[in-house]
Design a protein around this ligand. Structure first.
Ligand SMILES: *Cc1c(COP(=O)(O)O)cnc(C)c1O
Length: 428
């Protein structure tokens, strides 16, 4: 990766661009932010989030559709606030995420609750605030949810997550729609599960859903999954059970390293054409995008601590680590890394690594950089599945977060101190 030498926007990240030799997010200079707030520091662009959302909104113009942001991608309160204010609902996977939605001012009626392991306590919490739908992932969960709802004198709106058994051709850890996955109800069991759901007193069937994986860069798996789901809708409705909404999940990929996923509006033009052709175009549609709304809206700033030349490898040791940016260690994922302040000179090839005591603690391999100790680097495409997966491993406090809106930089999360990381512990 050569650092760009001329002022330019960066691939896939229109809100991240050099003005002169200084990298900016919208109208804010990243060197200045790093000086003021320290590093590691996550910086998000509100305009980039809203522009990613706008692509979906254009795609669904004139349709009865609800966009539920899959908040596990980035669950910071101010990020949720941006999407709530823009009319989004939320796809949650825990009671903790529900508490965050409420704290951010989200509408519980627009919340859908996914996940294979909801506890009774979480079900109760969600029923009490009146969420829009439970996306149920097993027949056993149907029984428990019905009992919990009946105890509260409520009826739980349910959709069944069906497993269309299509291969999204992505990393095995983020592929979720194949038979060997823990997710969803097998296609061939779906009819029986729907009949079972319809027979339970505490449940009301309202929809069907699927979610086939993440970082999907091709429309074919979506089109295949849609065919499979619509086949089921026809069968289930033939059995007298009405399906009010159809939820196609999330999973659309972003450009990390020259990836070329379809734009959300182009993808949905294709999918809506199929829905129309099969006579389902006027149904209520739901989607659950996560990464594609926030991934390219964020960068992580990190300071170079040491350069460590070696016989086989040169290491560029930075102050961000796998506890801040877990995707390379977890999925061998690629993030572009560029300087926030460009120098001229010959690049050297480095492995960019963090201070954590694990060989898996790397952020980028074989990157050509013109860099010296004290410089600040920007790890790009860091808006999704970074901060929300961050940990305190090695007793490292989690990074601070900034939301940029035009020329304004709002601190939306303070840096965690060492004390914060052990505040709930006590000596015996
Ligand atoms: C994670 C998840 C999503 C969002 O996936 P992205 O790849 O981030 O768009 C949507 N629905 C469910 C059920 C999920 O688990």
């Amino acid at each position: 990766m050569n650092a760009p030498t001329t002022p330019q926007g960066l691939p896939g990240q229109p809100q991240v661009a050099y003005a002169g030799d200084q990298l900016h997010v919208e109208g804010v200079c990243l060197s200045e932010l790093a000086r003021e707030h320290g590093t590691p520091l996550f910086v998000y662009s509100k305009a980039a989030m809203l522009s990613a959302l706008a692509a979906y909104q254009r795609g669904f113009a004139g349709r009865n559709a609800q966009i539920c942001y899959a908040m596990k991608a980035n669950s910071s309160l101010a990020v949720l606030q941006v999407f709530a204010d823009a009319g989004c609902g939320f796809d949650i996977v825990s009671g903790g995420e529900l508490a965050r939605v409420l704290a951010a001012g989200g509408d519980p009626a627009k919340v859908i609750f996914s996940g294979v392991g909801k506890t009774r306590h979480e079900m109760k919490q969600a029923l009490q605030v009146g969420i829009g739908c439970f996306n149920v992932e097993s027949e056993a969960e149907l029984d428990v949810l019905s009992a919990v709802a009946a105890d509260l004198g409520k009826v739980a709106p349910v959709s069944l997550r069906v497993n269309p058994n299509v291969d999204p051709k992505t990393h095995p850890y983020i592929s979720t729609g194949l038979k060997g996955n823990k997710f969803g109800i097998a296609h061939e069991d779906a009819q029986r599960a729907y009949r079972h759901a319809a027979s339970l007193p505490g449940l009301k069937v309202v929809g069907i859903d699927c979610h086939i994986g993440s970082q999907i860069t091709d429309s074919t798996p979506y089109l295949d999954a849609m065919d499979r789901v619509l086949d089921l809708v026809a069968d289930i409705e033939a059995a007298g059970i009405a399906i009010h909404h159809i939820d196609f999940g999330g999973g659309l990929g972003i450009n990390y390293n020259g990836d070329t996923p379809p734009e959300a509006d182009a993808l949905w033009a294709q999918l809506l054409a199929k829905l129309d052709a099969r006579g389902y175009g006027q149904r209520q549609l739901m989607i659950e995008p996560g990464r594609s709304l926030v991934g390219n809206a964020g960068v992580c700033l990190t300071e170079v601590l040491y350069l460590k030349p070696g016989e086989q490898k040169n290491f560029c040791i930075v102050d961000a680590a796998m506890n801040d940016l877990p995707r390379p260690a977890m999925y061998q994922a690629f993030h572009q890394i560029v300087p926030v302040s460009q120098h001229s000179g010959d690049g050297v090839v480095y492995d960019v690594v963090g201070p954590v005591c694990e060989s898996g603690d790397w952020i980028g391999r074989d990157r050509q950089l013109v860099v010296q100790a004290g410089d600040v680097l920007a790890v790009l495409s860091a808006g999704a599945y970074c901060m929300s997966m961050a940990s305190n491993y090695n007793t490292r406090g989690r990074a601070a977060e900034i939301l940029v809106d035009g020329t304004k930089a709002h601190l939306i999360r303070q840096r965690e101190s060492a004390f914060d990381t052990f505040a709930l512990e006590q000596l015996v």
